[in-house]
Structure formats: C-alpha cells, structure tokens
Ligand binder design. Structure first.
Ligand SMILES: *Cc1c(COP(=O)(O)O)cnc(C)c1O
Length: 392
C-alpha cells in the first residue's frame, strides 16, 4: 500500500523532534550532530533564539496579506539584499526552484521586451541542479531528473561544466543567457574555477547575454563570502537564492540588475505567498547575522579548520575516503565504498552528512558551528569510517 506521504524520498529511519544549534534530538532523547543543516538551509543552526524571536514577534502581529499590498518586511529584506550585492531589485518566492523559474522567465522576458523574441535559450552545465519543476529539470537536463516527465521543456542547451570552448561553441542567435552554479552542490560539490566564471562573464558581455547564477546552495555565507561568485570577482545579472536565506523558513529570492529585470513589469510574474511577512521577518534576521564581515571571517576561519581536519580524516582512512573538495563550509568527500554506506555509518555514529553526486558525502554544517562541534564531528566521522573498515 502506498504510504500516506508520497514515497518520492528514500528516507532514513530517523525522525527528530527538536533541535538546538548544531544538534538534533529524537523522541527517545538520542542526539545527532547535524553536519548537513537540512541541506545547507539551517545556516544559524536549529532554533536560533534570534530567529525564533523574529518569527514569534511577526506571528503575533500579522501572518499574511498577499502581494496586493506593500509588505514592509519584504521591502526591508529587498533593500538589505540590494545593499549587499550587485542587484538592484528582488523578487521573492518560497523555494529554490521558484527562484530559478523567475530567473528563467526574467531572462526570456528581457529579450522579448526588447523586441528579440527568438532569443530565449539558456546554456546550462552538465551535472547541474536547479530544482524539480518542469523548467528547472529541463534546465539541468540529467536523465534521472527528466525521464518520464516529457515532453521536455525546450529552451536549454547543455555543455560540460568548466568547458569554456564548448560554451562559446553553443552560442547562436537564439541564446539569451548562461546559467551556472558557482559551486555545484547536488552534482557533488564541484567549485567552478575562478577563471571559468570570469570567462563566462566575458562571453556574456561579448555576446550581450545575461549571466544567471544559481547560488541556492552556495550562497548566504556558505563559502565564507556572502555569495560564492565574490571569490571570482565577477557578478551575475540575475541570481537565484534560497535554502540558507530563510534559515529553515521557506523563502527564495531572485535578484537582478535593473537592466536584466527590464521586462518584468506589473502583471508579468507573481506568487501568493512569496515574500510574506513571516518569511521576510526571518530572512531579515538571517541577513542581519550572515551579511556581516566578522561573521563571514569566522566562517572562513572555521571552514579552514574543518577542511584541515577532513584532510587528516581522509589520510587516516584511505580505503573509505578518496579526497576532499569544496569551498568554505561547502565540502565534499569522495568515497571509495558507495556514499550511502558512509552516510548510513554516520547515522550509526550519530553524525548527519548528506549524499551528493559523484559518490561524495556533503558536509554543509550550520555556519555558526563551534570549534568543539567540528572536533566532535570529525571524531564521529572517524568512528563511522572504522565501522566500514571493520566490515571490509
Ligand atoms: C536545492 C537547490 C535548488 C532547488 O531548491 P528547492 O528549494 O528544493 O526548490 C536549486 N538549485 C540549487 C543549486 C540547489 O541546491
């Protein structure tokens, strides 16, 4: 019999009833160190008192009014994002896929509004992940995402990640934009070279294309900068943000320059819930904490500590781990056995990590994880590796 919850996830037999900081607790009181943070979502850990207070205060005041009216929290959050980034304007949604949908629609509309109806294809990259809607699975293009859901939405051209020549070759009269994750997440924690991102910017400028970045997983402080593209010293024209921005409350955002957003006039796009008072109250508090030089410097310090200890872990368990890669607090370890075996061994050692493409386990801890918790996480990963070695 089909479960009451549609079985689209192969769920672990774990269920948590409370959380505090980097820790999650089951009903029987057993505690797990959370190095996955709900897939890069809980940037300030679980039940951060300031986020709880912001949500409670808003919950007691006003929940929802719709985008028929001005929403003060939404305007403040948009201003904070505009102040902190390349962007001039922001559309709010409830999830990552919706933020990417807005980016795709915006890019197409930009050209059609300028009288270039035929310029509507977007170049995307192999092993990308942009969400689970029909447009975003077509954008990523992987067989496992699109199979059985045809007809595939047209308008995307896929080239190998990091391949500048293939990107240039793919451009024709129909090209509107290039869309890239500065660090591929689901694909297995693959940072784009700075040179590749800079080349994409140059190519876009040369051909009058829009550069879209999907920073849903790598943004919001994850890499030690507010947004990952800052490392390469280039900016996009449009950027999708979600996951960390709500700290656990569903929130997505599509940021853009005034020029890129030129077609998005009243009536062209919308969302009933997008940017509602509750979500934006939390988002504002997250921005206040994360878009802070001292906070980001701490993320960089702790991430190099974590990285160094992971290198030690890999060296100690060469039959389990192959190599570490990633940027900041977005780290992947390529595994020798199936990555799910390592994830499951982690569960037994009460440490949560997330599987990713290319047989990696992903470490995406809360950005405010403590040095002691990093040590504890490493100790538990050692234990997990030992149980796999014992069984080999
Ligand atoms: C998670 C993710 C998405 C999709 O976000 P949802 O909130 O699940 O719709 C899109 N792009 C990237 C890079 C992601 O990591």
């Amino acid at each position: 019999m089909i479960p009451a919850v549609l079985p689209t996830y192969a769920r672990a037999p774990l269920s948590f009833v409370s959380g505090k900081g980097s820790w999650l607790t089951e009903a029987d009181g057993s505690r797990y160190l959370d190095l996955g943070a709900g897939i890069a979502v809980n940037v300030l850990g679980h039940a951060h008192p300031d986020l709880v207070a912001a949500l409670k205060a808003q919950a007691e005041t006003l929940w929802h009014t719709s985008n028929l009216y001005r929403i003060p929290n939404q305007e403040k959050l948009a201003e904070a994002l505009v102040d902190a980034t390349f962007a001039d304007t922001v559309f709010f949604a409830n999830s990552g896929a919706e933020a990417v949908e807005c980016a795709i629609k915006m890019a197409r509309k930009h050209f059609s509004a300028a009288g270039h109806e035929g310029r509507n294809t977007i170049i995307t990259f192999a092993e990308a992940f942009h969400g689970r809607t029909l447009a975003t699975i077509a954008a990523a293009g992987a067989e496992k995402l699109v199979k059985g859901f045809g007809p595939d939405m047209p308008g995307f051209k896929h080239v190998p990640f990091g391949d500048i020549d293939a990107t240039r070759t793919a451009i024709d009269d129909s090209t509107a934009a290039i869309m890239v994750e500065p660090v591929q997440g689901e694909g297995g924690i693959k940072p784009a070279d700075d040179a590749f991102l800079r080349a994409l910017r140059e190519i876009c400028d040369e051909h009058g294309l829009l550069l879209i970045m999907d920073e849903i997983q790598c943004g919001m402080g994850r890499t030690g900068r507010l947004f990952a593209h800052e490392w390469a010293g280039v900016t996009p024209d449009i950027m999708a943000v979600a996951k960390g921005i709500g700290g656990g409350f569903p929130l997505g955002a599509c940021l853009a320059t005034e020029r890129a957003a030129s077609g998005m006039v009243a009536g062209t796009h919308g969302s009933t819930y997008g940017g509602n008072p509750l979500a934006c109250a939390v988002g504002l508090k997250v921005m206040e904490k994360v878009a802070d030089d001292d906070f980001l410097a701490e993320v960089r310090r702790k991430s190099s500590l974590l990285r160094q200890k992971l290198e030690g872990l890999v060296a100690t368990h060469p039959d389990v781990f192959e190599s570490v890669r990633g940027l900041g607090m977005m780290l992947g370890i390529r595994c020798k056995p199936a990555n799910m075996d390592v994830v499951n061994a982690g569960y037994k050692a009460h440490v949560l990590v997330v599987p990713g493409g290319d047989n990696v386990i992903r470490l995406l801890p809360p950005l405010n994880i403590t040095d002691e918790e990093i040590d504890e996480g490493i100790a538990r990963l050692h234990k997990a590796a030992e149980t796999i070695e014992a069984a080999q």
